[in-house]
Design a protein around this ligand. Structure first.
Ligand code: PMP
Length: 325
């Protein structure tokens, strides 16, 4: 069987056993294997197709979204396949690799200052909303307020986890940004077994976790907008992560174990390994590996990709890029 488009390959990601010597079984849901490289393919596709069904997005239309990267990348990929113009606003904390990927998919990218709150008109959400209001035929999925976002995980990610663990899952730990992932997974799993615990990981200085919110450097997670996409009934705990703990775990996972995954994965793994200390052999913990570490080579590892200053030896292949520390 051959797929008709890459869109049919979104979802149904594998579950991988992690051996970190913990008492509970630790299983990673490998969301970076989605075609756009992250878990956000799932909700991007569902939000776009809902908008098409509802007539909010018409042929020749424009998709505008505020995204610290992955939601934008998924929308840029899906938008290109479906023939829409895509405009993405991103905060300037966004890793340059992600901005480059957005451009490679042909999206128009606006990088906005990393403001402390959304009240600032230069904030990337505020600017995206302004563009969606003023560009004719524009549609803003607005992942932070769109019920189709958690619904995508309610319909796909949650049931997949249930089936792949044959109903034995006891805990799910995932990053919390728009809160769509944990809310959708939570609703799906608690319908099947209300005892399953859903744990979200938030940036320690987000609007939600801190009395004095401050800009942070972790990406993907961070609850700065509290809206209906956050279904508090199905989430048991939200635990804070610092930039340092998340970044250190990303480096450790890659350098010691060969798992090159993203910042929210580092954050989730740091929390999961702490959390696992209070669990037993009977517990089955699913952790969400939301994207790949290749998005963060400069930001987390400090690798700068630049053009090599190598002169060609006659007839030999010319290396065009080097990585320097
Ligand atoms: N991890 C990564 C890498 C992400 O891109 C996102 C989405 N911003 C999340 C976690 C959090 O997912 P959600 O928005 O569903 O809460």
């Amino acid at each position: 069987m051959a797929y008709k488009t890459v869109l049919e390959m979104i979802g149904n990601t594998p579950l991988m056993r992690l051996d970190f010597g913990t008492k509970p079984t630790l299983l990673a849901k490998l969301e970076y294997l989605n075609p756009g490289g992250s878990i956000k393919d799932r909700c991007a596709l569902y939000m776009i197709e809902e908008a098409e069904r509802e007539g909010k997005l018409k042929p020749g239309g424009t998709i505008v979204e505020a995204s610290s990267g992955n939601q934008g990348i998924s929308l840029a990929m899906i938008g290109k396949i479906k023939g829409y113009r895509v405009i993405i606003t991103a905060p300037d904390r966004t890793a340059p690799e992600k901005l480059a990927v957005l451009k490679a998919y042909g999206a128009e990218v606006h990088v906005c200052p990393n403001t402390d709150t959304h009240d600032d008109p230069r904030n990337y959400h505020t600017f995206a909303e302004y563009m969606a209001r003023t560009i004719p035929g524009a549609y803003m999925p607005n992942q932070y307020f769109n019920k189709a976002n958690p619904q995508a995980h309610y319909l796909s990610t949650g049931p997949e986890i249930w089936e792949q663990t044959e109903g034995t899952v006891t805990h799910v730990i995932c990053g919390a940004g728009s809160c769509g992932t944990m809310s959708g997974i939570g609703r799906a799993l608690k319908e099947r077994n209300p005892a399953i615990k859903i744990i979200g990981v938030d940036a320690a200085t987000s609007m939600y976790s801190s009395k004095e919110p401050k800009a942070y450097n972790v990406e993907g997670l961070g609850i700065d907008v509290i809206s209906d996409t956050f279904d508090q009934k199905v989430v048991d705990e939200i635990l804070p992560i610092t930039d340092a703990d998340a970044f250190n775990m990303v480096r450790k996972l890659s350098l010691q174990y060969g798992y090159l995954y993203g910042i929210s994965t580092g954050a989730v793994m740091h929390i999961a390994l702490e959390y696992a200390k209070n669990l037993t052999e009977k517990d089955v913990v699913v952790v969400i590996f939301a994207d790949s570490g290749r998005n963060y080579l400069s930001k987390v590892f400090g690798y700068e990709i630049k053009k090599a200053e190598v002169s060609a030896i006659q007839g030999a292949p010319v290396p065009t890029h080097v990585i320097s520390e």
